[in-house]
Design a protein around this ligand. Structure first.
Ligand SMILES: [Cu+2]
Length: 538
């Protein structure tokens, strides 16, 4: 694994709204890297967004890069992770909690005695450099690597007999535990920091209330189980009010129906023990943790990879989306191209990163001809080669409806950098309405009544969703599938927002200098060309 400050998961970044954060990344690993703060607006600090090939060059081995930005107009649960190749899944992840001065008085509608973080993730014992070589090679047709097991806050227990020939030592491991004071409400900030798997999470015998979605506080709604896809966050309020026993399972189950291949090592369920903490239990503290005997819910477990149904969730700070200036449709698909290599596409474009000349730098270095478009919302195919980089450029503050149509059987948790968007509708199969029919569709289904605002939304297999983007934050922002494998296969586009403002920026000396360092181009996904001339077995 790759560690941050010798630990995994990385340390908690906890701050208040209004704070300035400075993170010094000293790269002591053998590959170049970067750090992205997921969901943070980076208003005015686009170049601190950490997206390699987009806002910055990678941080070369044995070099240092300093991120500095101010947290403004947002609070809640976020996370940070490497944004270079699939390195996040090798261990470069950690939680971010931003407190608002209003969080306990106005934003969260239920009081809580404690505030905890629960990170869940899929775990691969192999490094992603190895997994990517397998996944991207010819004839793989988007067969994503299947993880070995889940982790809760970086912990999990495996039997060494499943890892024959591996260096395996389980002498110091134990089931993750969470001690909660009895008879209280607790806020659990759940973050899926994984690469691929969706989890369905439950706390046996405890219904819970969802009160936050990706940093947006929402009015509490009760659930038994929580579906969470990679990069998403939810806060739930759990009340420790069951009197029959004092230990319960938290179960996090991968929704394995979305896995297309088999992994004989797969353990799809990871559990933690929730222990009630009371004066009596403190007295018994010396005893080893006993196995809970708590009961599962009777409902069938999830077999479709899809988001939690957020249509019933409404933000506490109410906002009705403004009318859209444009309705744009994007087909997300996998296509097989030269040398039978599969790639992820938005329409006819599949992302090829240029790590030493990020798109923000190229835009700022380009001539006025290549950066000035006739229309305020247009694809820039002058500064960028459309087939390799789909860049939608806007001028002024614009609102766009993204109708995303998924032509694959797998799901895509799509993430927009630098913004939250309105989730207008998530379909269950079929195709999105035509542009001219959409305003009527919104009215008919009452979709503009304070819908959820979030930064990562899932489009399930062979289905569609429409999200409304108010593009008001200047910068070059990635919009991509947060399934690490899909992102590496090219399912990424960019939004150059408020190009009129961005045009006035310059690239700092620090940002230019790191592009020239030895080793800057290490750690990338393998280039397609390594397989050219490979005729395989056929
Ligand atoms: Cu995807």
């Amino acid at each position: 694994m790759i560690l941050i400050n010798n630990q995994f998961p990385g340390p908690l970044v906890e701050c208040n709204e209004g704070d300035t954060i400075r993170v010094i990344v000293e790269n002591k690993a053998i590959n170049a890297t970067s750090m992205h703060f997921h969901g943070l607006f980076q208003n005015g600090t686009n170049s601190m967004d950490g997206a390699v090939g987009i806002t910055q060059c990678p941080i070369a081995p044995n070099s240092t890069f300093t991120y500095e930005f101010k947290i403004q107009e947002q609070s809640g649960t976020y996370w940070y992770h490497a944004h270079h190749s699939a390195q996040a899944s090798d261990g470069l992840i950690g939680p971010v909690v931003i407190h608002s001065k209003d969080e306990r008085t106005a934003l969260q509608k239920l009081e809580y005695a404690s505030d905890r973080i629960i990170m869940v993730q899929d775990h691969y014992h192999n490094l992603t450099s190895e997994l990517l070589m397998d996944y991207l090679k010819p004839d793989m047709e988007n067969n994503e690597p299947v993880p070995d097991n889940g982790l809760i806050n970086g912990r999990g227990v495996r039997d060494c007999k499943d890892f024959n020939g591996w260096d395996c030592d389980t002498s110091n491991v134990s089931t993750p535990t969470l001690d909660l004071a009895a008879g209280q409400r607790h806020r659990l900030r759940i973050i899926n920091v994984g690469a691929f798997a969706e989890f369905q999470i439950q706390f046996d015998e405890h219904p819970f209330y969802v009160t936050e979605v990706d940093g947006t506080d929402v009015f509490p709604e009760p659930f038994h189980r929580l579906n969470i896809l990679p990069a998403q966050r939810y806060s739930v309020i759990l009340e420790t009010n069951v009197t029959t026993t004092d230990a319960f399972w938290m179960r996090a189950r991968m929704v394995t129906h979305c896995f297309t291949t088999k992994n004989s090592r797969l353990q799809p369920e990871i559990r933690a023990v929730i222990r009630y903490d009371s004066p009596e239990s403190k007295a018994m503290d010396k005893e080893p943790t006993k196995e809970p005997t708590s009961k599962d819910w009777p409902e069938a477990i999830e077999v479709i990879c899809r988001d939690l149904n957020v249509s019933a969730l409404h933000p506490v700070i109410a906002m009705n989306p403004p009318a859209a200036d444009k309705y744009m449709r994007f087909d997300a698909s996998f296509m097989i191209g030269d040398w039978r290599l599969a790639r992820g596409f938005f329409n006819q474009s599949t992302w090829h990163h240029n790590v030493t000349r990020p798109s923000l730098h190229r835009f700022l270095d380009a001539s006025a001809n290549a950066t000035t478009l006739k229309s305020p919302i247009a694809v820039n195919n002058m500064a960028f080669d459309y087939q390799k980089e789909l860049v939608i450029q806007t001028q002024g503050i614009r609102t766009i409806d993204f109708a995303i149509n998924n032509f694959d059987d797998g799901n895509h948790p799509f993430h927009l950098h630098g913004h939250k968007f309105f989730v207008l509708y998530q379909g269950r199969g079929g195709y999105p309405p035509a542009a001219e029919d959409f305003p009527g569709f919104v009215k008919e289904h009452n979709l503009d009544n304070n819908p959820v605002r979030r930064d990562t939304v899932t489009v399930e297999g062979y289905s569609w969703a429409v999200i409304r983007l108010v593009l008001d934050n200047p910068g070059m922002w990635a919009f991509h599938c947060h399934n690490m494998w899909h992102a590496e296969s090219g399912m990424l586009m960019q939004l150059l927002v408020r190009s009129d403002v961005v045009r006035g920026w310059t690239v700092s000396d620090q940002e230019r200098a790191i592009c020239e360092l030895e080793g800057v181009a290490t750690g990338m996904r393998p280039d397609d060309s390594i397989w050219f001339g490979n005729f395989g077995d056929k």
